[in-house]
Design a protein around this ligand. Structure first.
Ligand code: MN3
Length: 259
């Protein structure tokens, strides 16, 4: 009986310590919950690890992009791959004592733009976090179709037609050897261009061969398509145009050409 009581006390003390720890990160967790209306519970796992960065919830259900992007791929891609980038970014921030200078999404942008000053783990995982957060918003259920307004005009001016732009974009993605991303981006001169980056790099990074502000990006890592499309990256890219969120791309274009 005595031993049981001791265990009970120890258990109580342990729980109290956990509660204290939870109390310390409570504002952080509340922020996560507030920014993710009713989709994934995986956010809380990431928040529990601590660190300045959190996994954003998908802006739609896992199955929302079927049949073009399958449910299981979306679950693994978001809950495992993107979550791992966030966790490993937080770890890299802690291990390199960078926490004082990194406080949120705006800081992530600044970090990405000056990535040559950071360790490789920050480049890979910070890039992974930025790219995937951007990628989810670039898609939506019943997407596809054609862009309108200034974006449509700019695409026609630079590439002659939407189809010609898609062909160039598809080439950038299929020709990327190994893992990487295809991008439609705005250059410093305010012009549209297309290119690709390796690994988790992107055109905002100061080390990138192509430079500018991304307005549309496609993940061509095998983890993004292998379950449904196996080795057929071109088929995946072709299907992906059916879920592109052109309203979001137009917003990105407006923001990128304002500066
Ligand atoms: Mn990915």
């Amino acid at each position: 009986m005595t031993i049981k009581t001791d265990n009970g006390r120890r258990g109580f003390l342990k729980n109290s310590l956990l509660l204290t720890a939870t109390g310390l990160v409570a504002p952080f967790m509340l922020k996560v919950k507030g920014s993710s209306p009713g989709i994934s519970t995986s956010n809380e796992n990431v928040a529990a690890d601590g660190g300045p960065f959190t996994l954003p919830a998908l802006p739609y259900d896992y199955n929302a992009l079927e049949p073009h992007i399958d449910t299981t791929t979306m679950q693994i891609h978001h809950d495992k791959h993107h979550a791992a980038y966030v966790n490993n970014l937080n770890k890299a921030i802690q291990e390199n004592n960078l926490s004082g200078s990194v406080m949120g999404p705006l800081a992530l942008d600044e970090m990405i733009k000056n990535i040559s000053k950071y360790p490789m783990a920050v480049r890979n995982n910070g890039g992974g976090h930025w790219n995937h957060s951007f990628f989810w918003k670039n898609m939506k259920p019943n997407g596809g179709g054609t862009p309108t307004g200034k974006l449509a005009t700019a695409i026609n001016d630079v590439f002659t037609s939407l189809d010609a732009m898609k062909t160039k974009f598809d080439e950038a993605g299929t020709k990327r050897f190994g893992s990487g991303w295809a991008w439609l981006y705005v250059t410093k001169d305010g012009k549209l261009d297309i290119g690709s980056t390796p690994n988790q790099d992107n055109p905002m990074m100061d080390i990138s061969d192509i430079k500018g502000t991304p307005i549309l990006g496609l993940d061509v890592w095998e983890h993004a398509y292998y379950l449904k499309y196996q080795n057929k990256r071109a088929d995946y890219m072709n299907a992906w145009w059916n879920v592109v969120n052109w309203d979001q791309v137009a917003e990105n274009y407006a923001a990128a050409t304002k500066q």
